[in-house]
Design a protein around this ligand. Structure first.
Ligand SMILES: Cc1cc2nc3c(=O)[nH]c(=O)nc-3n(C[C@H](O)[C@H](O)[C@H](O)COP(=O)(O)O)c2cc1C
Length: 325
C-alpha cells in the first residue's frame, strides 16, 4: 500500500507535524506500507488558465495531461500513485491556503470519474477516437483520504471554510473520505506536541485512512472525534439557505429539509439526495450531462446573435478606446 502525506503548510510547522504524526500512525498499523511525505510550500504550482487543452486532448483520444509545465505534474503523479492520502492545509483568511486551490483546480477536472468514463464509453462505442484500454487506469483507481485543516485563531469561526474546502481535493476523483479534522486554535496550543489528544487523533486518522483502503467502501466508518456534522455525506456544518425549509449542502450539492424542534434545528437529507451527492458517480454524472448540453443550447444563440455579439465584444477587446470616448 502506498500512503502519501501532503502538507501545504510551512516546513516543520503545524501542518507538517500533524501530517507526519498521522503517517506515524499509519506506519504502526502497516509496517510494510510505502510511506511518502511532501511539503508543497516551495513547489511552483501555477493556476489553471482554463485553456481546456486537457479536455480537448481527451476527446481526441489522447491522455489528458496538463500542458503547463511546473511542479504540478510531479505532485499529481504522487497523488495518482497513492492509495491512502492525508492532506493538511493551513487556513489563510478563512479557507485553505491558495496553493491548495491551485492544485485542486488543475487536478479535479482531469480526474472527474464521470467525465473520464463518459469519454471512455464514447471511445468504446467508436463515437470518439482513442483506445479506452490505453487510458492510464490510475486516473480511476480507488483511494482513501483524510483532511486536516490547521488554523491559528481560537475562535472556530475564523476557520469556518477550512475543512469544508479541503473536501474539494478528492470528490471529483471519488476518493473515500475517512476523516476530517479542524485543528484550530494553534495560536493557543503553541505546538501540537503540547496537546496529547490531538497527536493521538492524528495517529488514529493515519491508521484509519490506511485501513479503509483495504476495506470494502461500505464497511468504512467515518471517523468523527469532533462530531458527525450536519450533512450525512461530507459531515460539514455549512448550509445554503433560500428562505424556504429546503436547504442545500454547498459541498455535496444535495437538498435537505429543515425543521425546528424546541431549540434544535433538525436537517434531514433523504437517501435519494444522499445518493446524488457531488462526490458520487451519480452526482458527478449530473454535472457531466449538464456540461455536455451547453453546446446545443449556446451554439444556436450565438449564431442568431452573431452581429450583436461581435459589436459588443469590440467594446471588451478595445476597452481603453471606448472607456475614454
Ligand atoms: C496570511 C495568513 C492568513 C491567516 N488566516 C487565518 C485565518 O483566517 N484563520 C485562522 O484561524 N488562522 C489564520 N492564519 C494562521 C495559520 O492558519 C496558522 O498559523 C497555521 O498554523 C499555519 O500553518 P503551518 O503552521 O503549518 O504553516 C493565517 C496565517 C497567515 C499567514
Amino acid at each position: 500500500m502506498k500512503i502519501l502525506g501532503l502538507s501545504f503548510g510551512k516546513k516543520n510547522a503545524n501542518c507538517d507535524i500533524l501530517t507526519k504524526e498521522a503517517l506515524y500512525g499509519a506506519r504502526e498499523a502497516y509496517p510494510d506500507a510505502e510511506i511518502k511525505f511532501i511539503n508543497t510550500q516551495r513547489l511552483n504550482i501555477g493556476r489553471c488558465i482554463g485553456c481546456g487543452a486537457c479536455s480537448t486532448a481527451l476527446e481526441k483520444g489522447k491522455d489528458n495531461n496538463c500542458i503547463i509545465k511546473d511542479d504540478f505534474q510531479m505532485l499529481e503523479n504522487e497523488v495518482r500513485a497513492a492509495d491512502a492520502i492525508i492532506v493538511a492545509a493551513p487556513v489563510y483568511v478563512l479557507q485553505p491556503v491558495g496553493q491548495f486551490k491551485d492544485f485542486v483546480d488543475r487536478f479535479s477536472c482531469r480526474h472527474d470519474v464521470s467525465a473520464i468514463n463518459w469519454v471512455l464509453d464514447k471511445r468504446r462505442s467508436g463515437e470518439m477516437p482513442g483506445n479506452p484500454d490505453e487510458f492510464p487506469q490510475e486516473r480511476l483507481k480507488r483511494r482513501t483520504v483524510s483532511y486536516i485543516s490547521v488554523g491559528g485563531a481560537s475562535t472556530e469561526n475564523w476557520t469556518s471554510m477550512g475543512t469544508a474546502s479541503l473536501h474539494l481535493f478528492g470528490f471529483p476523483a471519488m476518493m473515500q473520505v475517512v476523516a476530517n479534522y479542524n485543528a484550530y486554535s494553534m495560536g493557543t496550543v503553541a505546538n501540537p506536541y503540547l496537546d496529547d489528544e490531538l497527536i493521538e487523533r492524528m495517529h488514529e486518522i493515519g491508521k484509519r485512512t490506511a485501513a479503509a483502503f483495504e476495506m470494502n467502501s461500505e464497511d468504512v466508518e467515518f471517523y468523527a472525534p469532533q462530531g458527525t456534522g450536519t450533512c450525512p455525506v461530507c459531515h460539514q456544518n455549512l448550509l445554503t439557505v433560500n428562505g424556504t425549509t429546503t436547504v442545500e449542502c454547498p459541498i455535496c450539492g444535495i437538498e435537505g429539509k429543515i425543521a425546528i424542534n424546541g431549540d434544535k434545528l433538525e436537517v434531514t437529507f433523504s437517501e435519494e439526495q444522499q445518493a446524488r451527492a457531488r462526490g458520487t458517480f451519480k452526482g458527478l454524472r449530473e454535472h457531466t450531462t449538464e456540461i455536455q448540453g451547453f453546446g446545443a443550447i449556446c451554439a444556436p444563440k450565438i449564431m442568431a446573435n452573431k452581429e450583436l455579439l461581435d459589436e459588443k465584444m469590440d467594446r471588451i477587446k478595445n476597452f481603453e478606446k471606448y472607456i475614454e470616448a
